[in-house]
Design a protein around this ligand. Structure first.
Ligand SMILES: [Zn+2]
Length: 91
């Protein structure tokens, strides 16, 4: 996939979340950097916008450490309360 295409996809995913972290709800403006894009199914080749979501650096590493995860089938965050629950439920 072309770099520009990937950049555009990342932009769409972040825009869909109003540029806020899906985990903690912090905005890019608050954070001072662009959110990290992750794959719901863990497959880096599946770059459909439905498969992508954006999180901040700290949520990103919490996911990597297994401290945070999303249950995409039940469409709700499993181990923490998110004010983006509503957003998530409609993704
Ligand atoms: Zn976060």
């Amino acid at each position: 996939m072309k770099k520009e295409t990937q950049g555009l996809i990342n932009e769409i995913v972040r825009e869909n979340q109003a540029y806020c972290c899906l985990g903690c709800g912090k905005s890019e403006e608050e954070l001072g950097y662009s959110l990290y894009i992750r794959h719901k199914d863990g497959n880096p080749d599946n770059n459909s916008t439905d498969n992508l979501f954006a999180v901040c650096r700290s949520c990103h590493s919490r996911i990597n450490m297994g401290e945070m995860w999303f249950n995409w089938k039940e469409k709700q965050p499993k181990n923490f309360i998110s004010r983006f629950f509503h957003t998530l439920a409609h993704m």
